[in-house]
Design a protein around this ligand. Structure first.
Ligand SMILES: [Zn+2]
Length: 264
């Protein structure tokens, strides 16, 4: 029964976000950036998949206590936020309430130099966010809240069956009921193995921002959650953290027990 309910619950939503969205005809990154600037509208959407979601059990949304890392955050520069760009899901804002949040970073079956570099570039982004939310790196994807996989996202196909572009990152989430009956979510981030260096770290930083709760994009290039890749990727900005903090002040059904009449 529970299994069926969980199956019915699963609802994947895809971001078409990204970051180095290389058009298939181009291989150099400067072309990719040129391409980006002309495809703004395609990059901005964080749209739900067209599948109609199954009906989800709900609890009345409540805010969780702020984690101390965010409670003590003060922006002395008063740089504002882009909270208005963040969209809640049908279960509320994508707030984590069990800390530390468990992050898995995929390692290849046999370690090699290139993979090591890739993992370290990604771990750098995990480390940066852990200043603002407690994160822990785990070895097994089964126990992870956020799984970061070394895998290129599927090609996007247009309505007339043309390949639009290759994306270098993709972030999806799904809902499930935890063994202790909490409405829960988990994220999967795909990051292309072909990315390296500070662009990879920037992509990981951006996608982790989504997975930590910023389900939206900044209109400013100086923020990590700006909707597209930029030549000199910025670190996590005060505006990113201000936005994250506001998200964590919002009510959500996630992380709260399912009402009794939904328990089977
Ligand atoms: Zn994004």
């Amino acid at each position: 029964m529970l299994q069926r309910l969980i199956t019915a619950l699963v609802l994947a939503i895809t971001t078409t976000v990204l970051v180095i969205c290389t058009n298939m005809q181009f291989s150099s990154s400067s072309d990719a950036f040129t391409q980006l600037s002309t495809k703004t509208t395609q990059l901005t959407s964080l749209s739900p998949s067209p599948l109609s979601p199954p009906s989800l059990p709900t609890t009345s949304p409540k805010a969780h206590p702020l984690p101390p890392t965010l409670a003590q955050w003060q922006d002395r520069t008063n740089s504002g936020d882009y909270f208005s760009q963040v969209t809640p899901t049908q279960l509320g804002y994508l707030v984590w309430s069990q800390f530390p949040v468990k992050v898995y970073v995929q390692s290849p079956p046999s370690a090699n130099n290139q993979a090591e570099i890739w993992i370290n570039d990604v771990l750098q982004a995990v480390h940066e966010w852990s200043t603002y939310l407690p994160l822990i790196v785990v070895d097994k994807p089964e126990v992870a809240d956020i799984s970061i996989l070394r895998k290129a996202p599927a090609l996007q196909i247009s309505r007339d069956n043309k390949i639009l572009r290759a994306r270098s990152a993709q972030t999806t989430y799904e809902f499930y009921i935890s063994p202790n009956n909490l409405l829960s979510h988990r994220f999967t981030i795909l990051l292309s193995p072909s990315q390296i260096g500070h662009y990879l770290t920037a992509a990981a930083r951006h996608e982790l921002g989504h997975a930590l709760g910023i389900w939206g994009h900044s209109p400013l290039q100086s923020d990590a959650l700006y909707f597209s890749q930029v030549q000199n990727p910025p670190p996590i900005s005060s505006r990113d953290v201000n936005t994250l903090k506001r998200v964590y002040e919002q009510p959500t059904s996630l992380g709260w027990p399912l009402p009794k009449d939904n328990r089977r």
